[in-house]
Design a protein around this ligand. Sequence first.
Ligand SMILES: [Zn+2]
Length: 218
Amino acid sequence: MRSQALIFLGAPGAGKGTQAREVSKHFSIPQISTGDMLREALRNQTPLGLAAKAKMDAGELVPDEVVCGIVGERIVQPDCERGFILDGFPRTLAQAECLESMLQAQGKGCPLVFDIKVDQDLLMKRLTGRRTCSVCGEIYNIYFNPPKVEGVCDKDGGKLVQRADDREETIRQRLLAYEKQTSPLTGYYRRKGLLQEVDGNREPASIANELIDFLGKA
Ligand SMILES: [Zn+2]
């Protein structure tokens, strides 16, 4: 694989976390999450970490330039030399532009962006079908991975519940919010020819094989 920044986009339920993990494992490249980076910057009390903390303590969003600065500090680490996966970044156009100038400054090429597309119906089934055991936390899906007895955990007989997050109305809103937030980004990367659409309506293993194969040749 060419040393490169990889970005995975995909709606909630599209499986981008799973795919990012598989690619990270296969190529032994770090998967960097903005959340982890923020926590690390806070732990190390870097100036950017402190700036982020001040905003969060005030109940505000961490501004783009702070998030970018933290990403910038992380991706110059030696373990990123052979490439890395960004998780949860960029979220805005400003962050995408900032990422590009950082990569350029480091003599690295443009990022490669995978957009994992899943049909709306399937996404809804994946998300609204989730049931969680109230005893052990085991997760089932009434469409794809049902328990042997409806409403009951296979392992301990615990009652299966639908979390508030997984209710249809909440899910619709989350999907709409994702679409609204991400469409400028996908548009931006598509225009630059950096966007690879991935058919996410398939078994996770077959998607992972395709991505690994593609990156191996890239
Ligand atoms: Zn259980």
